[in-house]
Design a protein around this ligand. Structure first.
Ligand SMILES: Cc1cc2nc3c(=O)[nH]c(=O)nc-3n(C[C@H](O)[C@H](O)[C@H](O)COP(=O)(O)OP(=O)(O)OC[C@H]3O[C@@H](n4cnc5c(N)ncnc54)[C@H](O)[C@@H]3O)c2cc1C
Ligand code: FES
Length: 282
């Protein structure tokens, strides 16, 4: 099956391309970033927020967002939290090991639609991985945006992803708020949920676009806090995770009401998502 991925470029979505792990960056005790290089062909370009289906031979295939820089050609970066059999096998792949890759799939964050506006980006836990390409794209075009706020939350300081990056982004002009649920003795930052620094922000709601990724309840609480500040639901984008199998709107596993999230998501505006998420059985 051939699918159109972006203007003028198509690929066979069923074709799995072998990639070699050329580096592994330990993020936390259960999360690693793999740097993948294609073994034969050029790396597939992707948009910030898209995902790939990653396959470990003999174990299985799962959806994982791209966490690298969309402008960095030649390599793919994926940040993987080991929660089960497939994610553990991918997480444990050593340098030199092979990973199968299909994609990219899904909608992106579309930072270009927020040019000239204030951006509020909220990441919970491994949710920072799909948001990292957005942050890198926004920083590369820093003059095109007004205020850029990043709120990151983690269970503990040791669970915070991309710690070095976050400090570099703050030095590059991004307004950074870090918060943890359980502080360590050395932690001097904020304690609590990401909704707390979000609630304290003074926003210009008519000129604010928000991008949220993390556990679904976290995104819902953040979206409600933004709505209370009069940010429009269509200016809030969230990333929804459902069981992905084919990746190309064929198997129906990722259905959420009228949406197939591999095609119509994972990034969906809150005006679309809110009524669907309020139906428990969907
Ligand atoms: C579009 C999309 C993008 C994704 N991007 C990333 C990413 O960048 N990095 C990443 O680490 N994961 C990401 N995921 C989640 C990842 O696909 C799942 O963690 C993976 O499918 C789990 O498969 P498994 O076989 O390892 O575990 P399973 O055997 O399927 O699950 C093991 C246990 O973990 C629980 N579990 C499953 N998924 C999750 C989850 N997402 N969070 C917490 N617990 C879970 C299950 O309920 C079960 O209890 C993404 C998912 C989607 C749909
Ligand atoms: S994953 Fe098969 S339809 Fe979406």
């Amino acid at each position: 099956m051939t699918v159109e991925l972006s203007a003028g470029r198509t690929t066979d979505a069923d074709t799995m391309l072998a990639h070699r792990v050329v580096d592994r960056i330990t993020q936390t005790s259960d999360t690693v970033t793999l740097i993948l290089e294609p073994t034969r062909q050029a790396a597939q370009p992707f948009r910030a927020g898209q995902f790939m289906m990653l396959y470990r031979h003999g174990i299985g295939e799962i959806a994982i967002s791209v966490s690298g820089d969309p402008a960095r050609a030649g390599f793919l970066e994926h940040t993987i939290r080991a929660v089960g059999a497939v994610s553990r096998a991918l997480h444990d792949t050593p340098v030199g090991g092979l990973v199968g890759v299909r994609g990219p799939f899904g909608t992106g964050w579309q930072p270009e639609s927020a040019i000239g506006r204030d951006l509020v980006i909220v990441a919970g836990g491994v949710g920072l991985a799909p948001l990292r390409p957005l942050v890198l794209a926004v920083l590369a075009a820093r003059g095109s945006y007004r205020r850029v706020v990043l709120i990151t939350g983690a269970r503990s300081p040791a669970d915070m992803l991309f710690r070095g990056d976050q400090h570099r982004w703050a030095a590059a002009g991004l307004e950074l708020h870090q918060t943890v649920d359980r502080p360590a003795a050395s932690w001097t930052g904020q304690v609590g949920f990401v909704t707390e620094p979000l609630a304290r922000l003074h926003l210009d709601p008519g000129r604010t676009s928000a991008f949220l990724c993390g556990p679904e309840p976290m995104m819902q609480f953040c979206a409600r806090a933004l709505l209370a500040k009069k940010v429009a639901a269509q200016d809030i984008r969230i990333s929804l995770e459902r069981n992905m199998q084919c990746g190309v709107a064929r198997c129906g596993h990722c259905q959420l009401g009228p949406l197939l999230l591999c095609r119509d998501g994972p990034i969906v505006d809150y005006a679309t998502a809110q009524p669907l998420l309020s139906v428990p059985e969907l």
